[in-house]
Structures are given as structure tokens and as C-alpha cells.
Design a protein around this ligand. Structure first.
Ligand code: GTP
Ligand code: MG
Length: 217
């Protein structure tokens, strides 16, 4: 396998980026074997159903319809793979976790399929962990974040739907989440796709994740 890291010059550009990423849909996969060859750096979008994963992806791409947005939680059922900047890296939109109304078997399947993906995908360099800014963090969230860190997956916490809170409230939530999830300072960003807020922060966080080496798995 020949793996091509993201060039340093591109990382520098990404840090300053204010404009959308060029992004194209590659494929949908239900399991590891259906994913493209692991020859490019990848970052996955993880979060509860309905948190705004597909919306964030569309926002980063400056497109309305790249990833399917839905008001019905649990809409994204497959791993959707997107190529960014004509093959420099990939973003993977994952099905949401913890969707209370989905059948038990579906939740168990999510856990199994996802565990295999997170454990074995060597080209996966980091996680955009999305959380609705209004929701309290649960033990499940904390355990998942810790599990990622234990598996050499750096986590950027992306707080979504920040249009719902005031600036002062946001400041409080950022401090609280940093502490609860044991993340390094600067690894929490606030976004609103509705108010087009936080794009540069996400891009620069993404650049940080993409600087990691492929994992030994
Ligand atoms: N107020 C507000 N609503 C948002 C924002 N981003 C997304 N939403 C809404 O949240 C809902 C879910 O968005 P999706 O992007 O489909 O969420 P998802 O995480 O991909 O959901 P699943 O694929 O079901 O896991 C939609 O009704 C969006 O319009 C935001 O920044 N602000
Ligand atoms: Mg989705």
C-alpha cells in the first residue's frame, strides 16, 4: 500500500482557510471491506443522530446537497466517504450513534461495525466529534471520547447549533466540555451552519488532525 500524507504546504493553507473545501462523494460503505484503499489521510465525523454531521459536511463543502440532511434522526445509515481537494484527504460521514428509537439490533450493529472501523482503519488520523451545544454530556459520550484517545485518534470537539446560545453561555460550555472530555485546550470549536459560523476554526482543527501519522493497527 502506498500512503500519501497531506503535504505540509497544504496544511498551512488549510489553517488559514476561509473558503469551502472542494469535496466530492466517493462511495457508501456498510463495512470496512467496502471502503476505498486506505492510502489517504482520513478524518471521520462522529456524533449522535441529528447532531448536524451531514450539515457540517455540506457547510465545509459550501454545498447544500452533498450529504443528506434530515429532520428525521438516524437518516445516515452508511459510512459515506468524501474526497477533499481532489484526493488530498478524505472525510467520512458516519451514521449517528445513540439514536434511541432505532431497533436494538441496529444499535448493536452500529457499535460492532464502528468499532472495527475505528480499530483497523490505519489511515484514519482523527475524529471530528460533534455535539449539540445544548445537550448535556453523557457517560456514553465521555467513554467514547476516551476510547478514541486510547486508540491514538485525536479528537476535535465540534459544538453544533451554537446559534441557539448566547456568547456568554458558549464560553461556559466550552470550558465545561474541555474539562469533561479531557481534551487539550483549543480542541473545542463552536459552529453554526445556520449562521455560517466557525468554518475557519474547524478547518484549522482539521489541519491539526491531518498532521498525525497513520496509526499502527
Ligand atoms: N439551529 C441549527 N440547526 C441545525 C444546524 N445544523 C444542522 N441543524 C439541523 O439539525 C437537523 C439534523 O441535521 P443533520 O445534518 O441531518 O444531522 P446528522 O447528524 O447528519 O443526522 P443523522 O445522519 O441522522 O445522524 C436538521 O434539521 C438540520 O437542519 C445549526 O447549525 N443550527
Ligand atoms: Mg447524517
Amino acid at each position: 500500500m502506498s500512503y500519501t500524507p497531506v503535504p505540509d504546504s497544504f496544511i498551512q493553507q488549510l489553517m488559514l482557510r476561509k473558503i469551502p473545501l472542494r469535496m466530492e462523494f466517493v462511495t457508501s460503505a456498510s463495512k470496512l471491506e467496502e471502503l476505498p484503499e486506505n492510502n489517504l489521510p482520513e478524518v471521520a465525523l462522529v456524533g449522535r443522530s441529528n447532531v448536524g454531521k451531514s450539515s457540517l459536511l455540506n457547510f465545509l463543502a459550501g454545498q447544500k446537497q452533498l450529504a443528506r440532511v434530515s429532520s428525521t434522526p438516524g437518516r445516515t445509515q452508511l459510512m459515506n466517504v468524501f474526497s477533499a481537494e481532489r484526493g488530498v484527504f478524505r472525510l467520512i460521514d458516519l451514521p449517528g450513534y445513540g439514536f434511541a428509537f432505532s431497533p436494538r439490533e441496529t444499535q448493536a450493529h452500529w457499535a460492532d461495525a464502528m468499532r472495527v472501523f475505528f480499530e483497523r482503519r490505519s489511515s484514519l488520523l482523527g475524529i471530528l466529534f460533534l455535539m449539540d451545544v445544548r445537550r448535556e454530556v453523557t457517560d456514553e459520550d465521555i467513554n467514547l471520547a476516551q476510547w478514541f484517545l486510547d486508540h491514538d485518534l485525536n479528537v476535535l470537539l465540534v459544538l453544533t447549533k451554537c446559534d441557539k446560545l448566547t456568547k456568554a453561555q458558549l464560553g461556559m460550555v466550552i470550558r465545561e466540555r474541555n474539562k469533561q472530555l479531557g481534551l487539550a485546550p483549543g480542541m473545542v470549536v463552536t459552529t453554526s451552519t445556520l449562521q455560517k459560523m466557525g468554518m475557519q476554526e474547524v478547518m484549522s482543527g482539521l489541519a491539526g488532525l491531518l498532521q498525525n501519522e497513520p496509526r499502527r493497527v
